[in-house]
Ligand binder design. Structure first.
Ligand SMILES: C[S@@+](CC[C@H](N)C(=O)[O-])C[C@H]1O[C@@H](n2cnc3c(N)ncnc32)[C@H](O)[C@@H]1O
Length: 280
């Protein structure tokens, strides 16, 4: 896992483990994203599906449910997140799902190729995206295809832009980095990624933004908690060594801003993701 050692470390660190802590809220918020991806994939009941960067396994388990005669394999570089995914499969009694601890950029998947590769927000963290796409192309059968979703830019996503704005107002701005560097929004430029996919030898490439809604549970307070604890506000808190008072103030300001998205106790945060599809 040397090629992505920093990612393996990050996703096992307290910051990465926030995905474990807020699993329920994040999975509920992103249910529409999973459905968009899996509904787009035209899944057949015997398909063998590989889910890249599966985290605690929500999309792997949903994939496995959709292929009663096939299998779902979740791959992730984080040992603790993957351990949770294994437990979830046991808890939910899903027997055709399994999990593999591996760096998807370099692991040799070619011995048991898959019909479909999916990924919910797990493809934009590779140190070498082109190498990863070429490697993952070899994980597919001759008729194999890929369908994955990644975040569009922060500016199109209040889930990120609101917590970022309020945290910056309170604590300050972190230096801005390269927008294509490995991270949650590295695939914000559809044309750039589509070009890399073509260079990696993939075909029938489509890359387009799709408007969805995030549906976090727990009303405005629940939405504000999840959006403040994971993502840009959490990064700014860490960068400026924010205090508990800062954390509370940021969450309260996010709660207030998110009231715009609440109706009848239900929060729907407008969002834009980029949907990528291709075949081998
Ligand atoms: C934003 S999280 C998404 C998790 C999950 N797909 C979800 O939607 O809940 C990104 C995931 O990608 C995984 N990841 C990052 N780099 C990876 C790599 N090189 N190989 C496999 N997994 C990787 C991380 O460990 C993390 O679980």
């Amino acid at each position: 896992m040397d090629a992505n050692k920093d990612q393996a470390e990050y996703w096992a660190s307290p910051a990465g483990l926030k995905w474990l802590e807020h699993e329920h809220a994040l999975d509920a918020a992103m249910a529409g994203m999973s459905n968009l991806m899996l509904d787009t994939a035209d899944i057949l009941s015997a398909d063998r599906i590989i889910d890249i960067g599966c985290g605690t396994g929500a999309s792997t388990l949903e994939s496995a449910r959709r292929v009663p005669e096939g299998v779902g394999l979740g791959v992730d570089i984080s040992k603790p997140l993957l351990a949770r995914a294994v437990n979830r499969a046991k808890e939910e009694g899903i027997q055709n799902a399994s999990f593999l601890l591996a760096d998807a950029q370099t692991y040799d998947f070619s011995r048991q190729p898959f019909d479909l590769l999916v990924s919910r927000l797990g493809m934009s963290f590779f140190s070498d995206t082109m190498a990863a796409l070429m490697n993952l192309s070899d994980a597919l059968t001759g008729r194999g295809r890929m369908v994955f979703v990644c975040w569009a830019s922060v500016t199109k996503n209040p889930w990120f832009s609101v917590p970022a704005r309020v945290a910056e107002e309170r604590l300050g701005k972190l230096p801005s980095g390269n927008p294509s560097a490995p991270g949650p929004t590295a695939f914000q430029d559809c044309a750039r990624v589509a070009d890399l996919m073509a260079q990696a030898g993939l075909s029938n490439i489509e890359a387009r933004p799709v408007e969805i809604e995030l549906t976090p549970p727990g009303g405005v307070a629940g939405a504000a908690r999840a959006a403040s604890k994971v993502g840009p506000a959490a990064r700014i808190m860490k960068g400026f060594k924010g205090t508990e008072a800062d954390e509370l103030a940021i969450e309260e300001a996010v709660r207030s801003a998110f009231e715009n998205f609440e109706e009848g106790g239900v929060v729907r945060v407008p969002a834009v993701v980029n949907l990528f599809t291709c075949s081998r």
